[in-house]
Design a protein around this ligand. Structure first.
Ligand code: COA
Length: 334
């Protein structure tokens, strides 16, 4: 029988430095009131100069491995769009620093949907018996790609990393990924974009156009697409696993904006009180968003073993995805 992928460990890490809305308002034409009321974000964590995504990934990975002890990963999938370098992938360096030399290690780039995509890749490695235990990390140093002068993006994003350990098991066990759905629409690629640094606009030795290395987003359109696709992909997963919206104990949606999370709840008929929210403290951490939200919900005693959990995300690409599972008993390592 095909082995199922079962969550067996969870870890999270955010850099120490906290940036408040008031701190941003000293540098940008914005205010605590605007950011809170339009996004729900109050603070975010930002790396110190000299740190990179792999540093965040290693911290979260270490904690997830400790949480899954004595299991030892034999594959690593890292979701990120802020890799340490355009080439090579960041995952092999993370594996080596975690003492996991020799295992297959790869990056997955699906922007804010990255963690769900990476979960699907990890589950695939287990289903095809390429691996028995997969470390799936979502890590982003978004502050490194934001335009410091752009008030429409800088308040929204934060840095951080979260990880789970997936192990081979049986569908009937708590923690088994019961159903997943993934999708994309490249016609919306220009809604969320970094223009330079890839093969379309590669380095010539001359400075790139102003801001071409910075992240750009058409916020209002992204908002509408995010609500539609997170609700839509979630409904497909519910159908696959035979759950009704009222069966969902916790909706763990990508932490983009509290208005987006609540709009997804409204569209699906899930009470807003059943949505995990930690974006007030960490902002939108892209691929790290879902595992950070899971760790926060476990630490606060909200998310408990055997509860029914629906994960959903939307991001640049455009990409989206969802997954359903019964939450397993996992222990967090500080
Ligand atoms: N402070 C003050 N004013 C701001 C501002 C800020 N930080 N950012 C934008 N504004 C202004 C705009 O310039 C605009 O002014 P105008 O009406 O004079 O043109 C006004 O506020 C409204 O802008 P709008 O973009 O329509 O606001 P919004 O309600 O859509 O909220 C976002 C903006 C970005 C918060 C919202 O669209 C959003 O969350 N989108 C999704 C973002 C996301 O999470 N993306 C990640 C991938 S999932």
């Amino acid at each position: 029988m095909t082995p199922a992928a079962v969550i067996a460990g969870l870890g999270a890490w955010v850099p120490r430095r906290v940036v408040t809305n008031d701190m941003l308002a000293e540098e940008l034409d914005t205010s605590d009131e605007w950011i809170r009321s339009r996004t729900g974000i109050v603070t975010r964590h930002v790396i110190e100069a000299g740190m990179a995504t792999s540093d965040l990934a290693v911290e979260a990975g270490k904690r997830a491995i400790a949480s899954a002890c004595p299991l030892r990963p034999d594959a690593l999938v890292l979701a990120t769009v802020t890799p340490d370098h355009p080439c090579p992938a960041t995952a092999p360096a993370v594996a080596t620093r975690l003492g996991l030399d020799g295992i297959p290690a790869m990056d997955v780039a699906a922007v804010c949907s990255g963690f769900i995509y990476a979960l699907a890749v990890g589950a695939g490695l287990i289903a095809t018996e390429q691996a028995t235990t997969v470390l799936v990390i979502g890590a982003e140093a978004y502050s490194t790609i934001l335009d410091p002068q752009d008030r429409t993006t800088r308040p929204i994003f934060g840095d951080g990393a979260g990880a789970v350990v997936l192990r081979a098991g049986h569908r009937s066990e708590p923690g088994a990924l019961l159903g997943m759905d993934l999708g994309s629409d490249g016609s919306g690629a220009d809604l969320i974009q970094v223009m330079a640094g890839g093969s379309r606009q590669r380095g010539t030795g001359r400075p790139p156009g102003p801001g071409d290395h910075y992240f750009r987003m058409r916020g209002r359109e992204v908002f509408q697409q995010a609500v539609f696709h997170m609700a839509d992909t979630s409904c497909r997963v519910l159908k696959k696993v035979g759950w009704q919206p009222e069966d969902v104990d916790w909706l763990v949606a990508h932490q983009a904006n509290v208005r987006i999370v609540h709009a997804v709840c409204a569209q699906m008929g899930i009470p807003a009180a059943r949505a995990v929210v930690n974006l007030d403290r960490v902002g939108n951490t892209s691929a790290a968003s879902i595992p950070l939200a899971l760790a926060d919900a476990v630490a606060r005693g909200q998310l408990r073993a055997d509860q029914r959990v629906l994960l959903t995300a939307f991001g640049g690409g455009l990409t989206w995805g969802a997954a359903a599972l019964h939450w397993p008993q996992v222990h967090l390592t500080p």
